[in-house]
Design a protein around this ligand. Structure first.
Ligand SMILES: [Fe+2]
Length: 208
């Protein structure tokens, strides 16, 4: 078998893990694919290089893979999680990082770091490390916004999707708390354009 380049191997690994996510949690697989699309649009508007966009795509595709290790009962619980369940849920970014980094491929340390911090809050109130402001990697700040929009725009086992206007009301209230305001401005610019295909796809239910 010919030797694969590191980026080619990482690309194949990403595809294989996506299949694994699909087997374990169909919602998570398509959630990750949609988040990748939206995150890369925001990243392009922020002027990211091709290499950074590639890293963002891989990070977004794999950001929730650690949920494979979380019990299905917790992932699909319609009620609020109790304290122990919440603690278990908050382990998934570090689990995702560990799984990705276990490949030992080039760039996985950086990808693992982006994934680890996708639930940090701009004000420091997020997890797992309570990072704040620009100490949170830029690609994680972009991923956080795309992740939040998609989670509200699509149905899951226990709630209906929110409309675009409902989502933007919630997210504007979280600017400076959860989201980096400068990245949020770029996201708003993208998602509120009349011709934004992604928003139209969400509104038509075509991306679910
Ligand atoms: Fe997550």
């Amino acid at each position: 078998m010919k030797n694969l380049s590191s980026s080619e191997a990482l690309s194949r690994f990403t595809g294989a893990l996506s299949v694994a996510i699909n087997a374990g949690n169909r919602y998570a697989r398509f959630h990750c694919d949609r988040v990748s699309l939206l995150a890369c649009e925001i990243g392009a508007a922020c002027g990211l290089s091709f290499d950074d966009l590639t890293m963002l795509h891989i990070s977004a595709t794999l950001h929730d893979i650690g949920q494979i290790a979380i019990s299905h009962r917790i992932l699909c619980k319609p009620e609020r999680l109790d304290e122990d369940e919440w603690v278990e849920m908050t382990t998934h970014p570090a689990r995702s990082q560990h799984m990705v980094c276990s490949t030992g491929l080039t760039n996985v340390a950086q990808i693992g770091t982006i994934i680890r911090h996708h639930h940090e809050y701009f004000n420091g109130a997020g997890y797992p490390d309570g990072l704040a402001g620009e100490t949170i990697p830029l690609l994680s700040r972009i991923l956080s916004i795309a992740d939040s929009y998609d989670a509200m725009a699509t149905p899951c086992a226990y709630r209906r999707p929110r409309t675009h206007d409902e989502i933007m009301d919630v997210m504007r209230g979280e600017e400076n708390i959860k989201f980096d305001p400068s990245v949020f401005r770029m996201f708003t610019y993208i998602i509120e354009q009349d011709a934004c295909e992604l928003r139209c796809g969400y509104e038509a239910g075509a991306l679910v």
